[in-house]
Design a protein around this ligand. Structure first.
Ligand SMILES: Nc1ncnc2c1ncn2[C@@H]1O[C@H](COP(=O)(O)OP(=O)(O)OP(=O)(O)O)[C@@H](O)[C@H]1O
Length: 345
């Protein structure tokens, strides 16, 4: 089921959380609402869910106006950050719950419920813990059960609010991949809220970047990363070095002064000799984390720091070749520069 949001407006007192938003979510897509804390992601999700009323604007589900529809009639499934499983019920009964509380006329038989719950537990690969209780499960397992429970009532839309937010980094990573695979099997229109750009990039078909209640940009992960529409999107999606004016030129020139140049740390080459367009710098320190080394340089013109990142083996070779150590002089050449007008930055 597709979702169409039109001219949506919502404010809490003076805080505008949805500032005349338009958004189209095609049927079957997995969309991430990505933005910093307070940008309005959760409010938008709650309005789509029917848990919150907009002040103005509409939400359509597959062309039908659902703005005034009750949350129960919207056929949405929810998964929240804090898994709200019933502790006194087995995992099986937790997943079966939504089916068992249906009115008699639409309630499936015990046999149908058994079949459905078993299928869902297999889908989330936890059929072997059906008889356990929530406290006997890990956080990651509980979130998978929360997802199975949301899917049990066959929602037309799945809404997830920071579903992995309470889990540690390793489990989070596993569950991202797992959610992606699950979505490829089920193809349910899904919207998930996250403030983690890696999570959005890895999981979503499309990313909607939000800031101050507005949509800054939407597109595939590659589109928003490679062609950021605004300095905010560029900076939110990963580390970046900022240079006033044209890269490699001192700020203050007429045309150059009106621009800001951005270069990501992994898009800078280190060379040993001065070259046209290369920035003279002094090595300050290096830091190796996992497979990459981050090298911090100080610009010779204005003393600002510039970060470069590269695979650790590559840096080890380069360090040998150029005899790099703290205090060494080197030159930085960008492989790619993104420029915005200074006012936009
Ligand atoms: N019920 C409410 N009453 C008053 N203010 C609210 C309410 N809900 C949200 N807000 C405010 O609206 C702003 C946007 O909140 P929202 O939860 O939508 O942002 P978010 O992008 O999801 O942020 P986070 O990642 O921190 O949850 C925040 O400043 C928040 O304090």
């Amino acid at each position: 089921m597709s979702i169409e949001v039109r001219n949506l407006y919502k404010a809490f007192g003076k805080t505008v959380v949805c500032d005349h938003l338009d958004l189209d979510i095609p049927s079957g897509e997995l969309v991430a609402l990505l933005g910093p804390s307070g940008s309005g992601k959760t409010s938008l999700l709650r309005i789509i869910a029917g848990l919150e009323r907009p002040d103005a604007g509409t939400v359509h589900f597959h062309g039908e106006d659902a703005t005034e529809a009750d949350v129960r009639d919207r056929k949405v499934g929810f998964v929240f950050q804090h898994y709200a499983l019933f502790n006194h019920m087995t995992i099986f009964e937790n997943v079966a719950f939504g089916l068992r509380v249906r009115p008699k006329a639409t309630r499936p038989s015990d046999e149908q419920i058994r079949k459905k719950v078993t299928e869902l537990l297999e889908l989330v690969q936890l059929d072997w813990i059906a008889d356990r209780y929530p406290h006997q499960l890990s956080g990651g397992q509980r979130q998978r059960i929360a997802l199975a429970r949301a899917l049990a009532v066959e929602p037309k839309v799945l809404l997830l609010d920071e579903p992995f937010g309470a889990l540690d980094a390793k489990v989070r990573k596993e569950l991202r991949r797992w959610l992606r695979r699950l979505h490829d099997e089920v193809h349910l229109t899904s919207v998930f809220v996250t403030h983690d750009q890696d999570e959005a990039m890895e999981v979503a078909d499309r990313i909607v970047v939000m800031n101050h209640g507005r949509i800054e940009q939407q597109g595939t992960p590659d589109e928003v990363y490679d062609h950021p529409a605004t300095p905010f999107v560029l900076q939110f999606l990963g580390d970046v070095n900022l240079f006033h004016g044209r890269f490699g030129h001192a700020p203050g020139g007429t045309a150059a002064g009106a621009e800001v140049s951005y270069v990501r740390p992994h898009e800078l080459d280190i060379v040993g000799q001065p070259e046209e367009g290369a920035l003279p710098v002094t090595l300050s320190q290096t830091l190796t984390v996992g497979p990459n080394t981050r090298i911090e340089f100080k610009r010779q013109d204005d003393g600002c720091y510039v970060d470069v990142e590269m695979p650790r083996a590559e840096f080890a070779t380069l360090r040998e070749q150029l005899q790099l150590a703290p205090g060494s002089v080197a030159y930085l050449k960008p492989r790619r520069v993104t420029r915005f007008e200074a006012e936009a930055a």
